[in-house]
Design a binder for this molecule. Sequence first.
Ligand code: F0G
Length: 462
Amino acid sequence: MEFKTIIEPFRIKAVEPIRQTTRQERRQALREAGHNLFLLRAEDVLIDLLTDSGTGAMSSHQWAGMMKGDESYAGARSFFRFEEAVQKIAGLEHILPTHQGRAAERILARCLLKEGDIVPNNTHFDTTRANIEAAGATALDLPIAEGRQPRTEHPFKGNIDLAGLERVLREHPDQVPVVFITITNNSGGGQPVSMANIRAASELCQKFGVPLFLDACRFAENAWFIKMREEGYGESTPMEIAREMFSYAQGATMSAKKDGLSNIGGFLALNDDTLARRCKDELILTEGFPTYGGLAGYDLEALAVGLIEALDEDYLRYRVRSVSYLGERLIDMGVPIMRPPGGHAIYIDAAELLPHIPAHQYPAWALSLVLYLEGGIRSVEIGSVMFGIQPDGTEKPADMELVRLAFPRRVYTQSHVDYLVEVMAHVHSLRDRIRGVRITESPKVLRHFSARFEPVEDSLVL
Ligand code: F0G
């Protein structure tokens, strides 16, 4: 007998209480935070779906590994364990640990890019874009057409537009020093990229002599989608799939706070010896010696275990299933979401849910505030606040107005998800009464982290 209930494939050894608040307390907390969920105290949040980054629970094996951390400044045993784990998965030559993903991005941008360069990607994450733009280069998003349409079903909506990529490579022969593919495509809805797409992009890059890099934060979830959805991979293990994905790349940046199942860490991995030497020098300048790169020895141990655990089939089955369970409930109640559900998150289409709120009143931002106000849920806007500001400072609406509910790994259980469903049903019933917001204070870059807002009318929900 095969039972069909998919359970959390772990038991819980340590618990952390979460705190209920009243709607009035949350309204006050929002005011104090300038209506920016990044500025809340986490203690005032009941279910925190702001990000799946660094928020996961470590396993007992990881905690045990941490006790073996070798804190030697140079040549620590922990580094070699970490390097071995990354090489086992990625097969790349030089492995540079960094404190998180954006440090790897910054180092690469600094060592590889110059003013006027173009870096294509299926969709750049905001820190990747910011690091590329800080080097004077252009970050170009090339998702397939379906990737920009929330309601269209496609098994690999994260794919890069190959014709678009070929055009850029042909038209700008000396301006593209690297091509990126982000697996899974976070800003595009947590959507996977197929093996065929990675392979074809790699062939194109080879033809034009340009290295292909993976932004590999969620490589294990991407591998699982390939196993589930792509012909020819049903019998392969996630590890085999991951190794094949990386085999098409000459390098990778990774925030190991995601599929490294750790609270901190990242790496830059690459084959090019000369570039690796430059990157190591840059690493020493800001992160630390190349065998620790801004991490403690015990962090490297946690990563060495976590990267491999992330490829466990029972874990991945539960992980992807618990996200799609929420997605299905939302679809059933008529909440428009990015379809099909992504690997680490559900993305609510706020433009469709709140058509009465124009882009310049930030419908997705407003919806995320209401989710907190009504249910104590913290999500994140991926819309015109995050992406609406151009490098020259002008404002242009983003392609999509999404609210992301990102799931920390191994943290919440089925009843937390059922609670989310109930809150969403309530917020859905209020939708015609939800109003937009305006910005009252804003920094120049990455404004979503610290800008302050106020409701355009008396309150968020009239
Ligand atoms: N690339 C992608 C695809 C990401 O999702 C992130 C982080 C980064 C790079 C940067 O990594 O945070 O370790 O410096 N994403 C988090 C998120 C913050 O919430 O999606 P980092």
